[in-house]
Ligand binder design. Structure first.
Ligand code: UDP
Ligand code: MG
Length: 318
């Protein structure tokens, strides 16, 4: 299952590499291509592929919903006993699929591909990612593996649990960590993007990081509680000091400076904590609307194949 957003430059190469891997697989397989509202020629190329090649299926979302939802759309449609999630840009080499399947055959329900080396990613991205995962694993109730993207194999059992999780704000790799089951990793060397540019500018990455933290931890809310308690304690100490100097000492100076400092500090702090609350309330708001997670505009390659292959489950899907 592959999410695709404006990837026309990489698609021919992707199909070429995938076809070779598919040919080497033992059982039948399907490839679900989800177009995430691309504005280039990607949807046309994908749809044509699904029309001419029975192994490929195409889902076109009605607009850009973001990678997390595009992946969800594809996973919802996957028919196989196992599904593999990968990026379109060949940073996740399709050849690794063989290793993933090997581990699956050993009985693991989730096999993620860990990046032993990463090419084409700058220092900033690597450090910020590493910091993020360190923080996540402190805060969150589940351990999210390091140096692991979305490239992974998921068994039907784990997939069915995932499909029952209909939360709006998604951090897919966190959700799979939460699901549990027997999980393991295979190592691979992450290549540079073969063509095109990253579809993840820094702003989007920050939003994903916030989704990750807020979706898997209520520590920021508890932080508000503890900080509130801490600041109140300090305020009480300071208050007693003020009282003592007011009533029992002679050097009482009407000080506006200290007042301003305290008021400004508390004001800023209140606003910060209201903001934290706001993030969670915003998510509740998002959730209670109960909108569909994504909207499918177009489908190709499903009906025709469904008739031919309905009784037997496909053994794997890329
Ligand atoms: N992608 C998507 N929707 C988006 C952004 C990205 O479906 O809004 C897809 C993209 O086409 C690619 C995958 O998600 O197949 C990963 O994106 P990218 O390679 O740009 O991310 P990076 O590897 O730089 O983190
Ligand atoms: Mg990439």
């Amino acid at each position: 299952m592959i999410p695709i957003f404006n990837e026309q430059a990489v698609l021919p190469l992707l199909f070429h590499r995938l076809d070779r891997v598919l040919a080497d697989l033992d059982g039948p397989a399907e490839v679900i291509l989800v177009d995430d509202g691309s504005t280039d020629c990607s949807p046309i190329i994908l749809e044509a592929r699904a029309k001419t090649d029975a192994r490929y299926r195409f889902i076109g979302l009605s607009r850009n919903f973001g990678q997390q939802l595009a992946m969800t759309a594809g996973l919802d449609e996957a028919q196989g006993d196992a599904v593999i999630l990968m990026d379109a840009d060949l940073q996740d080499p399709p050849e690794v699929i063989h290793q993933l399947i090997e581990k699956w055959a050993e009985g693991f329900e989730i096999v993620y591909a860990r990046r032993a080396t990463r090419k084409g990613e700058n220092w900033f991205k690597l450090t910020s990612a590493s910091l993020f995962y360190k923080m996540m694993n402190r805060l969150a109730s589940v351990e999210i593996p390091r140096n692991v993207g979305d490239f992974r194999l998921i068994d039907r059992k784990a997939l069915d649990v995932f499909r029952a999780m209909r939360e709006q704000d998604r951090f897919v790799r966190g959700m799979f960590a939460w699901v549990g089951f027997r999980q393991t990793a295979v190592e691979f060397h992450r290549e540079e993007r073969v063509a095109g540019e990253t579809k993840w500018p820094i702003g989007k990455l920050v939003r994903l990081a916030i989704s990750g933290v807020v979706g898997f931890s209520d520590a920021p809310l508890r932080f508000a509680l503890w900080m509130g308690a801490g600041v109140s304690a300090v305020a009480m100490l300071y208050g007693s000091y003020v009282m003592v100097s007011r009533f029992f000492t002679a050097n009482y100076v009407p000080g506006w400076a200290s007042t301003i400092v305290v008021v400004a500090f508390l004001g800023g702090f209140n606003m910060l904590l209201t903001g934290v609350l706001g993030i969670y309330v915003g998510r509740i708001h998002n959730e209670v609307k109960r909108r569909p997670l994504y909207i499918v505009g177009k489908r190709e390659g499903f009906e025709t194949n469904a008739a031919a292959e309905a009784p037997a489950r496909r053994s794997s899907a890329a």
